[in-house]
Design a protein around this ligand. Structure first.
Ligand code: NAP
Length: 274
C-alpha cells in the first residue's frame, strides 16, 4: 500500500467506497476488503450503512488502529446542534469513539463557513475525529474555508477519473497541503469497456478499471472504488505492481476533455471550469 500524507494524516491511497452497499452485502464487502489488505473505508451518514461498515470491521477481526475510517456529515446538518447529532449518530452506528477522518459531505450555501467549519473543527478538538476535511469544495470554497478554519483541513474528496478535468481544484487542494481523494474513480462503471483504458490495460495485463485507479495513484491522489464483487475487490487494490508510462499518462489525461461529471446533485456548487 502507498499513502498520501497531509497535515499529519496518513491516508492509504486505495480505500473501499461503500455508497449503495447495504445490509449483509455491505458487511461482507467490508469484511472481505479488510481481509484482502484494504486499510481504508469510506462511508457517510447519507449512505445509511454505517452500522454495516462497523459490523464488517468487527467481523474481519482487524484491529481498529490498522484501519482508516472516513465518514461525512450531510449539507442539511451543518448547523452546530445538527452537526453534533449527526456525528454522534454516525459514531453510534459504527460503534466507534472516533473516526479517522470526518468530512463535510457537501457545502450548504445558506450556512456560512464560519459556522460549518467551526462545527467540523470542534469535532476534531473534542476527539470525535482524528482529522477533518471537506468534499466537493471548489477552489473558491477552499480558500474561504481555509480563511476561517482553526484546524487543518486534510483532504478534499472530489469526483476524479480519466473523463473529467479537475486540474484547478486539485492544484488548489495541493496549494493548501490537502490530500485529494478521488470518488467515482471508475466513473461509476463507465471505465470498463472504454477503448483507450482497455488497450492500455491489455499492454500491462491489467483491466481498464485497474488502469483508471493506477492513473489516479500516479497523479498522487487517493481513490475509493466501490465494489461488492470479490474479484473486483482484489483487482482494485492490485495496482501497485505496474507503472503507466509518461505517454500512457498523457493519453489518459487527454480523455479529461470528455468532460463527463457523474455526480451533480441540485445542491452542488458552481464547479470550477477546466
Ligand atoms: N463525497 C461524495 O460526494 C461522493 C460522491 C460519490 C461517491 N463517493 C464515494 O466514492 C465511492 C466510489 O464512487 P462510486 O461508488 O460512485 O463509483 P465507482 O467506484 O467509480 O464505480 C462503482 C461501479 O464500478 C464497478 N466496479 C468496481 N470495481 C470494478 C472493477 N475492478 N471492474 C469493473 N467494474 C468495477 C462496480 O460494480 P461491482 O460492484 O460489480 O464491482 C460499480 O458498479 C462511493 O462508494 C463513495 O464511498 C463520494
Amino acid at each position: 500500500m502507498q499513502y498520501v500524507d497531509a497535515h499529519g494524516a496518513h491516508i492509504p491511497q486505495i480505500g473501499l467506497g461503500t455508497m449503495t452497499l447495504k445490509e449483509d452485502v455491505c458487511v461482507q464487502a467490508v469484511k472481505a476488503a479488510l481481509e484482502t489488505s484494504y486499510t481504508h473505508l469510506d462511508t457517510a451518514a447519507f449512505y445509511g450503512n454505517e452500522v454495516e461498515v462497523g459490523a464488517g470491521l468487527r467481523a474481519s477481526g482487524t484491529s481498529r488502529d490498522k484501519v482508516f475510517i472516513c465518514t461525512k456529515v450531510r449539507e442539511n446538518n451543518l448547523l452546530p446542534e445538527n452537526f453534533n447529532k449527526s456525528l454522534d449518530q454516525s459514531l453510534k452506528n459504527l460503534q466507534l469513539p472516533f473516526v479517522d477522518l470526518l468530512l463535510i459531505h457537501w457545502n450548504n450555501k445558506d450556512i456560512p463557513f464560519s459556522t460549518s467549519i467551526a462545527a467540523l473543527c470542534a469535532a476534531k478538538k473534542d476527539g470525535r475525529a482524528k482529522h477533518v476535511g471537506v468534499a466537493n469544495f471548489t477552489t473558491k470554497m477552499l480558500d474561504e474555508a481555509w480563511a476561517v478554519t482553526t484546524e487543518p483541513l486534510v483532504c478534499n474528496q472530489i469526483e476524479m477519473h480519466p473523463f473529467i478535468n479537475q486540474d484547478k481544484v486539485v492544484a488548489a487542494s495541493k496549494k493548501h497541503g490537502m490530500a485529494v481523494v478521488a470518488y467515482c474513480p471508475i466513473a461509476r462503471g463507465k471505465v470498463p469497456g472504454a477503448d483507450a483504458l482497455e488497450r492500455i490495460g491489455a499492454a500491462h495485463g491489467k483491466s481498464a478499471a485497474q488502469v483508471s485507479l493506477r492513473y489516479l495513484v500516479q497523479m498522487g491522489v487517493c481513490a475509493i472504488p466501490r465494489t461488492a464483487t470479490p474479484a473486483h475487490l482484489k483487482a482494485n487494490i492490485d495496482i501497485f505492481d505496474f507503472k503507466l508510462s509518461d505517454a500512457e499518462m498523457t493519453e489518459l489525461k487527454a480523455l479529461n476533455a470528455t468532460n463527463m461529471r457523474v455526480v451533480n446533485p441540485p445542491h452542488a456548487p458552481v464547479w470550477d471550469t477546466p
